[in-house]
Design a protein around this ligand. Sequence first.
Ligand SMILES: Nc1ncnc2c1ncn2[C@@H]1O[C@H](COP(=O)(O)OP(=O)(O)OP(=O)(O)O)[C@@H](O)[C@H]1O
Length: 344
Amino acid sequence: MIEFKDVTKTYTTKDGDLTAVSDVNLNIDDGEIYGIVGYSGAGKSTLTRMLNGLENPTSGEIDINGDQITALSGSELRKKRQKIGMIFQHFNLLWSRTVIQNIMFPLEVAGVSRSDRKKKAQHLVDLVGLTGREHSYPSELSGGQKQRVGIARALANDPEILISDEATSALDPQTTDEVLDLLLEINKKMNLSIVLITHEMHAIRKICDHVAVMDAGKVVEQGTVFNVFRNPKQEITKRFVSEEVDPALTDTNSIVEDLIKSYPDGTIVQLVFHGDQAKLPIVSEMIHQFPKLEVSIIEGSIHQTQEGSIGSLYLQINGDKESLDGALALLKKMRVETEVIHHD
Ligand SMILES: Nc1ncnc2c1ncn2[C@@H]1O[C@H](COP(=O)(O)OP(=O)(O)OP(=O)(O)O)[C@@H](O)[C@H]1O
């Protein structure tokens, strides 16, 4: 369990005091993937540096599995830091060492014997899917493969937590997904807690259980990924969610305005469904029960989260008032969140 208790970090600069992290409280359970998302300057890196003991909070406390990081002495802190795996945007590999030598490096530092180092590193090479590339140099690897080496190296000392600091930000979308899938697999196989620091809501949606949204040093919203995607409360969260749901449309109002312009006739309704509802034959049931209605699907998307799918669907419905009211009542009965966004 990782706990941030009232954590604040203020830097003294020539222009005065700057509070990079302000009064942050977070609880990260064992074995979960916890996402921390925010735009540049939100305070994510500062939070990360405090979590791995590189910097001390100005006030407050950070505990990892019962150890208060700030209270550890030099040698205790070095030991604890060996149990915090880190992966980075730019991989931070040793370029003059091969894949297997990079992975053995933290074991060397920890004083593990040569034969144990080799055995462990080979196991990790296999785990991250790099079998056969043990003797390649980082310059001979693709970005995704380099990050796999980074992940294997971070796992070498059997960490208590793994911190991913923008680890997929330099990768293309497909490679990003492959690396995220690997992190999820490792999390499940080893029950390893992962803290995923990112500005990409896609990464959060794909593998995280919980998310905290940071803005100007503060955690402005937190909750399960499922709930935050379903019902984002803060403006900044809405922006992150809509960027992920459809990068081309950054706010729901503009989606609605565009739809009303393109489909001036009839009634436009937005359905939001989640979990198993996404599998229900909602539209066919509506047409079946109200055959006089003309129903067109004009926009829609479904996204997977770790807790289930979340989707939204915009329908244009033409027909008599009685059938329309009946259809809306049916949606209510099926417990689909429905909003009439336009009547002609
Ligand atoms: N060592 C420092 N001294 C002074 N100010 C700092 C220091 N480190 C960070 N800051 C300031 O703290 C604020 C938060 O920075 P931080 O790097 O934590 O944000 P971030 O969310 O990680 O952004 P990015 O993704 O761009 O790194 C910024 O205003 C930054 O200028």
